[in-house]
Design a protein around this ligand. Sequence first.
Ligand SMILES: [Zn+2]
Length: 66
Amino acid sequence: MSQQQSKCPICGTLVTPSTDNPARPFCSQRCQLIDLGDWIDERHSIPGDESAPWPPDSDVTDSDDH
Ligand SMILES: [Zn+2]
């Protein structure tokens, strides 16, 4: 009983690690693709460079109310 089974990170199905399963550690290629899609989605949702915020202090407050 030393056969280690891992759970598919996507659906939780027990996966027997074997070279028979090209989708390891996922249970199937479908879950593999789901995970890949998730990963790509995350990469795309990373915000751009917010290190340079737009300076809100413009001369708007300095109206022509002289
Ligand atoms: Zn799965």
